[in-house]
Every structure is written in structure tokens, then in C-alpha cells.
Design a protein around this ligand. Structure first.
Ligand SMILES: Cc1cc2nc3c(=O)[nH]c(=O)nc-3n(C[C@H](O)[C@H](O)[C@H](O)COP(=O)(O)OP(=O)(O)OC[C@H]3O[C@@H](n4cnc5c(N)ncnc54)[C@H](O)[C@@H]3O)c2cc1C
Length: 261
């Protein structure tokens, strides 16, 4: 197998969408998980139709072409805009799921972030899903997690599911965010926030990530940055890393496609 084939194998992931459904849910609770993180809990009996839903899964919020939340059964997929989000918490008994939508300043908002800013309790929206989210290798001792602001929910989920004895580094490149959120994490995982506007995720990794070792790696980054990040990972860790996963953070309408870079 060539080196390039080895890299492609490391970056690929099989994802099944057999269990994905489109259902209508109602907004049950709205709060702020941070100054720039809108926490929205959706609920309804339709959660029973989603037995594969778990914390860390992905769902799509559905909007019409005018950017309004879809409230009726979708008859034509072409009329729908889909936006992927990470399920932060899921309570199948109480029929609830919670997502965190990052509304950082200085970026233009599309339909999903506009909805997050304006939605009211009791309003409904159709969602589609779930798709399984990427998991870190269960046996991972050392980890390297990194991402832009909208990867915060996925990173928070990873940190909550790690073995408490894990150690490693989390690098969050969040220019424009004034606050740094407190995570529930293993004590030996260090969190580094890079809030400077004139840096990039790659520069943050080059400056702060430990060189070498064999960490399990998860990165959530902009699609445009994927190629350079892959090259940097291959240079820095390929010989030793046993698990590497990149997620392209985009409004791409196909979460399956966005799972492997
Ligand atoms: C698997 C997956 C899980 C995700 N989970 C979450 C989550 O839990 N919470 C969360 O807040 N976000 C999450 N995202 C990111 C979110 O889906 C996108 O940011 C989405 O585009 C937001 O939709 P929107 O309608 O608000 O903006 P859009 O209409 O998609 O975009 C509005 C503007 O912002 C630009 N833009 C969008 N995304 C980016 C970006 N990453 N970098 C730079 N410019 C951008 C667009 O080009 C456009 O100009 C996830 C993405 C993926 C792929």
C-alpha cells in the first residue's frame, strides 16, 4: 500500500444513513451555554422514531429556500436547505435532544444561525437524522483535538466520553470569541484557546500541538484548510498515529460527505 493510500484509509470512515428519518420537533428550552453559544433543546414524540440517536450524533436542521424552518412534511428534497449540527445531549426517555449553535461575531449568518438567534419556545422545525458522529478510538491514551468555533460542541462531546486517564491537548481556534468555555474533561487534557484574529488553525497547531507521539487525532476545520491540515498531520504524526479523523465544518448539505475529508 502506498503512503497516499495509507493516508486515505486513515481519513476515511464508513457511515450508514439507513437509520436517518425526517421528523418534526418543538423547541422546549433555549439558553446560553456561553456568550456565543445558543443551546436549544428540541423535543416531541417523534424522538421515538430515532432509536439510533445518541449524544455526539449528527442531525440536519431543515429550512426552506427562503431560510424559514421547515414545519410541514417535506415532499420535495430540492426545496429544502439542510444544515448539520452535533447532538450535545439526548434523553430518549424525556424525548429531548439538545444542540449548541455557535453564533460567534464577525461572520455572516445563514438560516441556521439566524434561526438560533430568533427562535421562540414552542416553535417547530423538521430535522433529519441521526448520523453517527465520529468517535475517538476507545483505547486512546493520548489525544489531540482541535477545531474552529463551530467544532466546540463536537469537542465537548469527545472530552466527555474520553477515558478519565487520557491525556493530551485540545486547541480551539476561535478568533472573535471573547469568552473561553469551561469543559468537563479528563484532568490531564490541556485546553489551549487561540482567540487572535490574525492566526489560523494550522498556525495554532504548529505553535501549540506536541510534535510527535502517537495521539488519536480529531480535527474539525474549514473545508479550505483540510488539505494543508492533512499534510501537516502526515508530516508530524503519520508514522505513529493510530487514529486520525477530520471533519469539514461547512453548511454542506451532505453530512456523510463531510465526515471524511
Ligand atoms: C458534521 C457537522 C456538525 C456540525 N455541528 C455543529 C454544531 O454542533 N454547532 C455549530 O454551531 N455548528 C456546527 N456545524 C457547522 C454548521 O453546520 C455550519 O456552520 C453551517 O453552515 C451553519 O449554517 P448557517 O445556515 O447558519 O450558515 P450558512 O448559510 O451555511 O453560512 C453562512 C455564511 O457563513 C459562511 N460559513 C459557513 N460555515 C463557515 C465556516 N465554518 N467557516 C467560514 N465561513 C463559514 C458561509 O460561506 C456563508 O457565507 C457542524 C457542521 C458539520 C459538517
Amino acid at each position: 500500500m502506498t503512503t497516499w493510500q495509507q493516508i486515505k484509509r486513515l481519513f476515511s470512515q464508513d457511515v450508514s444513513s439507513e437509520t436517518a428519518h425526517s421528523v418534526s420537533l418543538t423547541v422546549q428550552k433555549i439558553s446560553q451555554a456561553g456568550e456565543h453559544i445558543r443551546r436549544i433543546t428540541l423535543g416531541g414524540a417523534a424522538i421515538r422514531k430515532l432509536p439510533a440517536l445518541h449524544s455526539g450524533s449528527h442531525i440536519q436542521l431543515l429550512f426552506d429556500k427562503q431560510g424559514n424552518p421547515v414545519t410541514n412534511t417535506v415532499t420535495c428534497q430540492d426545496d429544502v436547505i439542510e444544515r448539520p449540527f452535533t447532538v450535545r445531549f439526548c434523553d430518549p426517555q424525556m424525548l429531548l435532544l439538545t444542540i449548541d449553535i455557535v453564533t460567534w461575531p464577525g461572520r455572516s449568518y445563514g438560516p441556521a444561525r439566524r434561526w438560533a438567534q430568533t427562535v421562540q419556545l414552542g416553535e417547530s422545525i423538521h430535522i433529519k437524522g441521526p448520523w453517527p458522529g465520529p468517535r475517538l478510538a476507545a483505547e486512546a491514551d493520548e489525544v489531540l483535538l482541535a477545531g474552529e468555533a463551530d467544532a466546540i460542541p463536537a469537542i465537548a462531546h469527545h472530552l466527555e466520553t474520553l477515558n478519565p486517564a487520557s491525556y493530551g491537548t485540545v486547541i480551539l481556534h476561535c478568533p472573535g470569541m471573547s469568552e473561553n468555555i469551561v469543559f468537563s474533561k479528563p484532568p490531564n487534557v490541556q485546553i489551549i484557546w487561540v482567540n487572535q484574529p490574525d492566526s489560523s488553525l494550522l498556525a495554532a497547531l504548529q505553535q501549540h500541538a506536541p510534535a510527535g507521539g502517537s495521539p488519536a487525532i480529531w480535527l474539525g476545520a474549514r473545508p479550505d484548510d483540510m488539505a494543508t491540515l492533512k499534510a501537516w498531520i502526515a508530516q508530524t504524526y503519520l508514522s505513529a498515529a493510530h487514529y486520525i479523523q477530520l471533519t469539514a465544518y461547512t453548511g454542506d448539505e451532505d453530512p456523510v460527505g463531510s465526515l471524511s475529508a
